[in-house]
Design a protein around this ligand. Structure first.
Ligand code: GKR
Ligand code: MG
Length: 428
């Protein structure tokens, strides 16, 4: 089996006005979809966070891949590295999401190759990652402070004909009551059993109040997480952490950097988790030295693919780290890859993050994937078990061209609402 063609398609999907430490989500989130075609008539799919730079890098990678065997990951990785050079942790940036280019290229290509390998061998991807240890992958409710609005063409407006979660996802949530209402609507609609609140938006005490309100509303049996995306000082992180001891399942990136996280970890009796201070293999020695977190949030888009994520799981087991999973706004190709990975990793024991309920569009035949009582059921279909709806892909590509966005910039979006607003690496 040889690679003959690569199609790279940037798309824009409607995204509501969600708030975070870096600002505000734009009306559209960008993703790049990759399709790798082989000489035996198969195709494999990958999806990564979109930007003009990532799309260009994937287009530049195309000729490196042509003629290669999709089973030969090492050869493909070496060829990509030879083309692009190496990239260090420094390129990640300070935002809540990862801005490195190469990890995205590896991830997109590698996931598409795994999809192909599965189709060629008539095996689901989880079988190629060691075999499933679970059929059902639990996901958590991912709550956001938000302005009123549906995103996409509606922007800050709402669609009065919407019902159920589609109606609830348009409502503003800016205080503890709004957060609890959002949590109820989301858990009712999807059956999620764990809840994460994206913090770093309101004052730290308001966010702690929201967590305490969730604890009160859902009871002690519901695992809760808070993620201020590292914009709190050590002192604030410790003070708020003390308010939330016995309430949080884990405390995600309260402060910036491994050394600071290590100090908070020593002072607060809640496991710390990260997708910001330990984000690549070269960060692992520092993580061990500083004891910066108890749990690492894996993300195959940022750790360089599915194989790398399985390696990360092994390292977590060796060093006594727990393992959970991070997400960003996405469609079903990423969700299917996340589910196959989580199905095959024994120590991925926490419910995974997903932004999927916030999105409404899809590029898959059959439309949106569905959660069964908070979980995705991983089937036995070959590869990722999904097929590309080419008409839907073309429509979302047109939406990309029409919306004019070329990269994610939450600060610029926030400035449209609050002129002069500035991202601060440490705000409180
Ligand atoms: O979607 O606004 C968002 C989140 O803040 C996202 O970009 C983060 O990467 O989900 C993320 C996290 O856990 O830090
Ligand atoms: Mg996080």
């Amino acid at each position: 089996m040889k690679i003959t063609d690569i199609h790279v398609t940037p798309i824009a999907i409607s995204d509501p006005p969600l708030l975070n430490a870096a600002g505000l989500h734009a009306p559209y989130a960008l993703r790049t979809i990759i399709e790798i075609v082989t000489d035996n008539g198969l195709y494999g799919l990958g999806e990564v966070p979109g930007s003009a730079a990532t799309t260009q890098a994937l287009l530049d990678a195309a000729d490196v891949l042509e003629g290669k065997d999709p089973f030969q990951h090492n050869a493909i990785q070496a060829a990509i590295e030879a083309r692009f050079g190496k990239e260090g942790a420094a390129e990640r940036g300070q935002s809540p999401w990862d801005k490195r280019r190469l990890v995205h290229v590896f991830s997109a290509l590698e996931v598409a190759c795994f999809d192909l390998m599965g189709k060629a061998t008539d095996r689901p991807v989880c079988d190629l990652l060691g075999g499933r240890v679970r059929d059902r992958v639990d996901f958590s409710a991912y709550l956001f402070y938000k302005y009123e609005g549906a995103g996409g063409a509606l922007g800050f407006a709402t669609d009065p004909s919407a019902t159920g979660w589609a109606a609830a996802r348009q409502q503003a949530a800016l205080d503890p009551a709004g957060v609890v209402a959002q949590a109820k609507a989301m858990t009712d609609a999807f059956g999620f059993k764990s809840i994460k609140l994206k913090g770093g938006v309101m004052t730290p005490d308001e966010e702690a109040d929201a967590i305490l309100a969730l604890h009160e509303a859902f009871g002690p049996g519901t695992p809760l997480r808070l993620d201020p995306n590292a914009i709190w000082s050590i002192e604030t992180s410790i003070r708020i952490g003390k308010r939330l001891e016995g309430v949080l399942e884990y405390y995600e990136d309260p402060t910036r950097g491994q050394a600071n996280m290590g100090q908070v970890a020593q002072a607060v009796n809640i496991p710390l988790a990260t997708n910001m201070c330990t984000t690549s293999f070269e960060d692992i020695p520092g993580s061990i030295r500083t004891n910066s977190e108890a749990i690492i949030l894996s993300d195959h888009h940022f750790w360089g693919g599915l194989r790398a994520s399985v390696e990360l799981a092994r390292i977590c087991r060796t060093f006594g780290r727990g393992l959970s999973m991070h997400s960003n706004s996405h469609v079903g190709i990423s969700l299917a890859a996340m589910a196959h990975l989580a199905a095959a990793v024994p120590n991925l024991t926490y419910a995974c993050d997903t932004h999927y309920p916030w999105q409404s569009e899809e590029v898959l035949v059959g439309g949106r994937l569905t959660f069964d009582d908070g979980a995705l059921v991983v089937g036995n279909e070959p590869g990722l078990g999904i097929e590309l709806d080419r008409a839907a892909l073309a429509a979302l590509h047109q939406q990309y061209l029409a919306c004019g966005l070329t990269e994610r910039n939450d600060e610029v979006e926030m400035q449209k609402v609050q002129p002069g607003w500035k991202f601060m690496a440490t705000r409180y």
